[in-house]
Design a protein around this ligand. Structure first.
Ligand code: FAD
Length: 404
């Protein structure tokens, strides 16, 4: 019997653990090397669109995700000052329409589900990769402590500031451009949230130069809030930089009081500058490849970063199983299947960035009318896509069905 392929995954985040789970379910021997001393996640929310839920279904963890997730029946798009409802997209029928619901989770809870489902993966924490070499018949990862791991394939799932990407493609491959937008995130306990906020619905407030999203996580115990605004007052990309709530209240002074009263309900606020990156031309060198943000970091406007990472994981594992006697072909097929879709998500997110922050009242009115009409009558295409931003093409994909 041929031996199982040995796959080393650098990074124990959402993409890395999803890859480990997908690969071990297909019979591979998997090792995850995570730089942090424990597997952990930032205290933020994650919106999981139907395609992400179908990918989690393919990993066999849909029920466990349901147990920790919140289901919003509506996505309410609202106007910044008056609070007027621009549209109320019914998410309750996404299951029927796209084959899975839209759920939101706490990132740490999702990581816990993925970690808890792993059976045979060897997890090594406190291992920071500094270089990866993709060779003709194997790949080697080198770590800050001087150790090395040789495997049939090394997968760089080490996130937006990927050391693996840099090692394989050079520092020039990562050319982040500051978007001129700053984000703040907070998390409010549900019982602190004013009663006039429909905590069970997802909301998107759009105004001049900014937008704010909030949705429930941890089965409605917490409200996740993310606020975006055009500004160059901060340029650091870290996701863990704490700041004072006054920055948020000052930035959104003049916005609807239903929204501004939410901000002090979170005791902690974090901020980061948003950077954009062009899609990579290639993901693999020899037997080393990339997955998730390291391959296709994207702006957050379509809520697809984690979704695309989990889809990558399913496809990589399926290709490794299909071409188990030719792993070069497996990596080529992985990239061929995944790169176009991931690139479309990167570019689609970039396009949305402009529309969310329109400054001209006339342009905003035109946009709002378009959104309202789409919600009511459906957009173009045979399925009359009635999602506010015409993202049915992303949601309808079922990686489990595609990969068999
Ligand atoms: C606040 C916020 C909200 C978001 N909301 C959404 C959303 O609603 N929907 C959505 O789909 N996406 C969302 N995203 C994007 C999504 O979280 C990312 O796209 C996703 O986490 C990518 O997963 P990943 O595994 O590629 O990277 P990460 O989750 O960043 O994981 C990378 C892992 O690699 C480890 N690592 C890094 N360098 C090394 C190294 N040298 N050696 C070893 N380990 C290393 C890190 O410690 C980390 O554990 C959001 C992101 C943020 C920050």
């Amino acid at each position: 019997m041929p031996r199982a392929p040995r796959i080393a995954i650098i990074g124990g985040g959402i993409g890395g653990l999803a890859a480990a789970l997908a690969l071990e379910r297909r019979g591979a021997e998997t090792i995850v090397c995570e730089q942090a001393p424990t597997l952990s996640e930032i205290g933020a929310g994650l919106n999981l669109t139907p395609n992400a839920i179908k990918a989690l279904r393919a990993l066999g963890v849909e029920d466990r995700v349901n147990a920790i997730a919140s289901l919003s029946n509506f996505l309410n798009i609202r106007s910044w000052k008056s609070g007027r409802y621009i549209s109320r997209t019914r998410r309750g029928d996404f299951k029927e329409k796209f084959g899975a619901p839209n759920l939101s989770v706490h990132r740490a809870d999702l990581l816990g589900v993925l970690a808890g489902a792993l059976k045979t993966t060897d997890i090594r924490t406190g291992r920071r990769a500094v270089a990866v070499e993709g060779r003709q018949h194997n790949a080697v990862a080198r770590f800050a402590d001087g150790s090395e791991i040789e495997a049939d394939i090394v997968v760089g799932a080490d996130g937006i500031h990927s050391a693996v990407r840099k090692s394989l493609f050079g520092a020039g491959a990562d050319a982040p451009r500051f978007t001129g937008c700053i984000c703040w995130r907070g998390m409010a306990p549900a019982d602190a949230v004013p009663r006039d906020i429909a905590i069970d619905d997802g909301a998107l407030w759009m105004g001049p130069h900014g937008h704010v999203v909030h949705y429930p996580v941890r089965r409605g115990e917490l409200l996740n809030i993310v606020a975006h605004f055009d500004s160059d007052a901060w340029t650091e990309e870290s996701w863990t930089r704490e700041c004072d709530v006054s920055e948020v209240t000052t930035t959104y002074a003049g916005w609807n009081s239903q929204l501004t009263r939410l901000y002090p309900c979170s005791t902690r606020w974090y901020k980061w500058a948003l950077y954009d990156r062009d899609p990579l031309e290639h993901w693999s060198v020899g037997r080393a490849t990339l997955l998730g943000d390291s391959a296709h970091a994207m702006l957050p406007y379509l809520g697809q970063g984690a979704a695309q990472a989990i889809e990558d994981a399913c496809v990589l594992a399926a290709m490794v199983a299909k071409f188990s006697d030719d792993l070069d072909a497996a990596l080529a097929a992985y990239e061929r299947i995944r790169a176009p879709r991931a690139k479309a998500a990167v570019l689609g997110s970039r396009a949305r960035a402009k529309e969310n922050h329109l400054a001209s009242p006339w342009a905003r009115l035109k946009r709002d009318v378009k959104i309202a009409l789409r919600e009511r009558f459906g957009g173009g295409g045979p399925k009359r896509d009635n999602t506010a931003f015409q993202v049915g093409w992303l949601y309808e994909y079922d990686v489990g069905k595609e990969m068999g």
